[in-house]
Design a protein around this ligand. Structure first.
Ligand code: SF4
Length: 213
């Protein structure tokens, strides 16, 4: 590994170690979490997931049967709960219409076809689709988020307004097509964005990438 993107990965892994993502027990839980985490932090999502578990609703068939209003109440802590309940229902409709509610069947589908299908579901954008593909279905796609954009633009690898696909390609062309690396690297960038590369005042003094600026 010698290109700058690989060097960032090595440096972050050396500094922070393994991040053990995604924190979920089943593939379906990852997918639900990927929708719930839109525009909120993970602790709010955890509370919503725990409510679904307590209500014994965290499975494709059970969640499909749950009335939308009740679902919205159970996921209230995740914010935008009416919109997210609608998005979860849209996702479930897709899951049952295309894969009979069977996540194992989804795993067998072609990655690009699956990505195209997920992006056609109302409320699922590239970051959510790619999180599902990588962390729930073990598909080799890189997840780009606001932390990734901020870190790369501050190091002038990308423009401030670079589009999602260009950034994703930069990672996918610079790295071995390995789901373990894609999994770990995205988690490490999130960790860096939370610990050091803060939105308003980056803490370059404590950052493992300070020598690369
Ligand atoms: S905190 Fe500073 S050195 Fe670290 S990634 Fe952000 S801009 Fe780079």
């Amino acid at each position: 590994m010698a290109n700058p993107i690989s060097l960032i990965y090595e440096e972050l892994y050396r500094h922070f170690g393994a991040q053990h993502w995604w924190p979920a027990k089943t593939r379906f839980e990852v997918m639900v979490g990927a929708i719930l985490t839109q525009n909120t932090n993970w602790s709010n999502v955890e509370r919503a997931i725990n409510n679904l578990k307590k209500n014994k609703s965290l499975g494709p068939h059970k969640l499909r049967r749950l009335p939308r209003q009740k679902l919205a109440r159970l996921i209230k802590s995740a914010g935008y709960y009416n919109i997210k309940a609608k998005r979860l229902k849209e996702f479930l409709k897709f899951l049952f219409e295309s894969y009979q509610g069977n996540i194992k069947k989804m795993c067998l589908a072609d990655t690009q076809e699956l990505r195209r299908q997920l992006l056609s579901v109302n409320g699922i954008g590239p970051e959510t689709a790619d999180s599902m593909l990588l962390y729930a279905l073990d598909k080799p796609v890189f997840v780009v988020d606001s932390y990734t954009k901020r870190i790369l633009s501050r190091h002038r690898f990308i423009r401030d307004d670079e589009d999602y696909e260009t950034i994703q390609n930069l990672f996918m062309q610079s790295l071995k097509k390995d789901i373990k690396i894609f999994n770990e690297f995205h988690a490490l960038l999130v960790r860096l964005g939370k610990d050091a590369c803060l939105k308003n005042k980056p803490r370059c003094d404590i950052c493992p990438l300070r020598k690369m600026r």
